[in-house]
Ligand binder design. Structure first.
Ligand code: F6R
Length: 608
């Protein structure tokens, strides 16, 4: 959620720290700060709000040095004020922290008993204070850090500097990710994700749980959780600045919507055979022929991708599927059969609840598959079988292209398992593969609906409540459409299974409530139309999304119609996702909200 950057160099670092923070701003944007060591003193600059607010303070205070740490915050404990912004400091120690220290109240009380008082409301400041206590009582800085870590309960990624040790930068992690970057000319970096280090680091080393890294300008020393020296693999990092630019688009979200033909093609290419007739998967850690049940666990948009997959896996592969929200699953602790299969979906690969749910499934003896977008993320390293999506960095807080690529892998997995289990023939498999391979072009065509979506969005922007309805896989797309709209436009929206309307929500309908209908011309179309006609009869303002044949099949009043290209039943979820993304985007633009960084949200939810 929050972002960390650290630099140890022979040149001034402040400007690059702030640039790194700007690349991480999507992870949290309620306050930011940097600290450096300069003239044997710790100097700090912090600002409430967006990172750009730091510029003033930096220009005014002339803060710079050749070692520094920086942070962008998403508040968990304490208001998003300057006082609560990181870095947190004492006279001799500065830290930046991602995660949550669960026992911070007890640690604060212990400090108070020693006459040491914290100045912020955060859970993080106690770390700086305890490091200061132990710095005085230890023979080395490493010892002081391990003594402090022993007191912490919860999750952390930490960047640490000691005023009297300006040639070393320290980084440690447990439960939150942290990477070490090595530059080409005697520079070292710390980053909470690889993007922070784009264009800076040539090689990346990911720390393992409990590791402490001690960095000099040209050397990395790592201690594991047992305080033993260890080595972690390092890999070349090709990320450049261009990866994180908006290009000609007004928002990252719009750019990412338009990237969908390409990223869907790339992801399909990874799983379709060259002749587009079959599916190629890495070796699975279980026998696909014997799978009879799959448990899918995820959060938010990734969870909705799981709901779509339930239909594919149950209908095509005849595998029974349970889909669960990670935060519910982890505490419900459902019984799971040994050697059964659980599947975890996560764009970031760092979502705390999904990670905890995965740990539970693993402990129950399940074989775990991950559908993940960020290479080397915690989940990608933890699952038995990582199946990557190739969406590239997703910066807009509202997930778009990651969702489409998750659907690609889930569709490929469904037909692969169906074929392995003998539920579909070679010819069927080939037909499904051919169908999938038409998607990039179909999505491209669907994107040309942007003008009609813009017009509808102008009307939607005037409303207070919106209903999204669908049946079958379109119910999942209705949920996703409602989530997208509410998170970036702040209009209340709900996704409902159209058949449930009569059981309560129809009471909401009047002439002020738009009803967005996801209506592929499938076997449930007639039933859906009956549900919608009931709503239209009560003056609901219908926005009917269907193909040409479907449009002809709906005869009642519509406030607007959005006509998508014809698709198969199997690929419909991909295509109907595009207009709901665009409706949300343009509604938010009409309302003038901060599309890429909506209020209260952050990308990558690394706390519970
Ligand atoms: C919504 C959105 C979130 C994420 C959710 C899970 O647009 O982006 O609902 O889908 O926080 O995140 P990941 O997929 O990174 O685990």
């Amino acid at each position: 959620m929050c972002g960390i950057v650290g630099i140890l160099s022979h040149q001034p670092v402040a400007k690059r720290l702030v640039e790194g923070l700007k690349r991480l701003e999507y992870r949290g944007y309620d306050s930011a700060g940097i600290a450096v060591i300069n003239d044997n003193q710790l100097k700090r600059c912090r600002a409430q709000g967006k990172i750009v607010n730091l510029d003033d303070c930096l220009a005014h205070d002339h803060i710079d040095g050749t070692i520094g740490i920086a942070h962008t915050r998403w508040a968990t404990h304490g208001l998003p004020t300057e006082e609560n912004a990181h870095p947190h400091m004492t006279e001799t120690v500065a830290i930046v922290h991602n995660g949550i220290i669960e026992n911070h109240t007890a640690l604060r009380d212990e400090l108070s008993a020693k006459g040491i008082h914290c100045t912020s409301q955060t859970d993080s400041e106690v770390i700086a204070q305890w490091l200061t206590v132990f710095e005085k009582e230890s023979d080395s800085y490493v010892e002081a850090i391990f003594k402090t870590l022993a007191k912490l309960e919860g999750a952390y990624a930490l960047g640490i500097m000691f005023r009297d040790d300006p040639t070393h930068l320290y980084g440690t992690r447990k439960g939150s990710p942290l990477a070490i970057g090595q530059g080409s000319n005697g520079e070292m970096f710390l980053g909470s994700d690889a993007l922070a280090l784009a264009g800076l680091a040539e090689n990346l080393t990911y720390l393992e749980e409990g590791d402490l890294a001690v960095l000099t300008k040209d050397h990395i020393e790592i201690f594991d959780k047992n305080q033993k020296q260890t080595q972690r693999p390092s890999q070349h990092y090709a990320g450049g600045f261009e990866q994180v630019s908006k290009g000609p688009y007004r928002h990252f979200m719009l750019k990412e919507i338009y990237e969908q033909p390409d990223v869907v093609r790339q992801t399909l290419n990874a799983y379709l055979s060259e002749d587009k007739k079959s599916i190629v998967f890495p070796e699975l850690s279980f026998d696909p022929k014997t799978v009879s049940k799959i448990t899918i666990v995820a959060c938010g948009t990734s969870y909705y991708a799981g709901l779509v997959a339930k239909h594919w896996l149950e209908k095509v592969a005849r595998i029974s599927v349970e889909v669960d929200i990670a935060s519910e699953f982890r505490y419900r602790q459902p019984p799971l059969s040994k050697d059964g299969v659980s599947l975890f979906i996560s764009q970031s690969g760092e979502t705390a609840d999904t990670m905890a749910a995965h740990a539970y499934a693993k402990a129950e003896g399940q074989q775990t598959i991950g559908i993940i977008n960020v290479p080397n993320s915690s989940l990608a390293r933890a699952v038995n079988v990582p199946l990557m999506t190739y969406a590239g960095p997703e910066i807009g807080v509202a997930s778009t292209k990651a969702f489409s690529t998750q659907l690609c892998v889930l569709a490929a997995l469904s037909i692969y398992l169906a074929h392995q289990k003998g539920m579909i023939t070679d010819a069927d498999l080939e037909a499904y593969c051919q169908d999938l391979s038409t998607l990039p072009n179909l999505i491209e065509k669907t994107l040309s609906l942007s003008d009609s979506c813009k017009d509808v969005a102008e009307e939607l922007a005037k409303t207070r409540d919106i209903l999204y309805l669908g049946r079958g896989t379109s119910y999942a797309i209705a949920l996703e459409g409602a989530l997208k709209l509410k998170e970036i436009s702040y209009i209340h929206a709900e996704g409902y299974a159209a058949g449930e309307m009569k059981h309560g929500p129809i009471a909401l309908i009047d002439e002020t409530v738009p009803i967005i209908v996801i209506a592929p011309h499938d076997e449930l179309f007639e039933k859906l139309v009956s549900n919608i006609e009931e709503a239209a009869a009560r003056k609901g303002q219908v926005v009917f999304i269907s193909d040409e044949v479907g449009q002809k099949g709906y005869h009642s009043q519509a406030m607007a119609r959005v006509t998508v290209p014809e698709t198969s039943l199997f690929t419909a979820p991909f295509i109907y996702t595009i207009p709901v993304q665009m409706l949300a985007y343009y509604t938010a633009v009409h309302k003038g909200t901060d599309v890429d960084q909506p209020r209260n949200l952050a990308k990558s939810v690394t706390v519970e």
